[in-house]
Design a protein around this ligand. Structure first.
Ligand code: ADP
Ligand code: MG
Ligand code: MG
Length: 211
């Protein structure tokens, strides 16, 4: 019911905020190699504010809570990742508006989120961005639920595995979008920060669902 869903959104936001706080230094290290060394601070500040924002919103619809995560990220985080994460979460939250959060609507959310990220960032697969982790993850999640009929938890586990391979895929390729693209071939050999934070967020969604 709506209460359980609200609780799940709050728990997920809290777990993601804690994880990104733990990974702040590592994400910053990744971004200092091919960017401006702020991805750890951006992500941990943004998701801490988002978790706080949804913590005491009692009678909001689950979709409104998800939307609030997005709007908070937009207002707290500048740069590339703020609008990409925040705007896409905000827009994709609409998929939960009618039926709440279900296995079916979670697939719709994942697809809407990926579409928005690609729309806003205009990055194809292989441009060394968060899209490289997100695309295989979303496709795997959708297929696992809709074709293989797996329970959402198992589907999410497979999606996390796919995201992990996507993160590894960003290492040997050249950045074509964002700050890292200014480095050209010198971006080769470095792991993309945004793909990495996308993986961490998905891992925490899985951990929350397992609780
Ligand atoms: P900024 O680069 O503005 O400092 P962050 O460091 O917070 O912002 O985020 C950098 C991450 O954003 C990159 O690692 C990459 O994954 C992602 N990114 C940058 N530009 C794009 C884009 N056009 N499309 C998708 N993702 C992008
Ligand atoms: Mg940066
Ligand atoms: Mg920046």
């Amino acid at each position: 019911d709506a209460d359980t869903q609200r609780e799940a959104v709050r728990a997920a936001a809290e777990n993601v905020a804690d994880r990104l706080e733990d990974e702040k230094e590592y994400l910053t290290d990744l971004d200092s190699a091919i960017g401006d060394a702020d991805h750890g601070a951006n992500m941990s500040r943004g998701f801490r504010a988002a978790a706080d924002a949804v913590a005491d919103a009692d009678d909001a619809e689950p979709s409104d809570l998800v939307k609030q995560v997005g709007t908070t990220l937009i207002s707290e985080v500048g740069g590339a990742s703020g609008p990409l994460y925040g705007g896409s979460i905000m827009s994709a939250s609409q998929t939960f508006a009618e039926d709440g959060i279900t296995a079916e609507t979670s697939v719709d959310f994942a697809e809407a989120y990926l579409d928005k990220v690609k729309d806003r960032g205009d990055a194809r697969i292989g441009a060394k961005t968060m899209v490289d982790a997100l695309t295989p993850a979303v496709h795997t999640y959708k297929k696992s639920i809709e074709q293989d009929d797996l329970p959402p938890l198992e589907a999410l586990g497979k999606a996390v595995d796919a995201a992990e391979r996507g993160v590894e895929f960003t290492v040997p390729i050249r950045a074509e979008k964002g700050r890292a693209s200014y480095l050209g071939w010198r971006s080769v050999g470095h792991q993309d920060p945004g793909a990495t934070s996308t993986l961490y967020i998905m891992e925490e969604l899985l951990a929350t669902a397992e609780e």
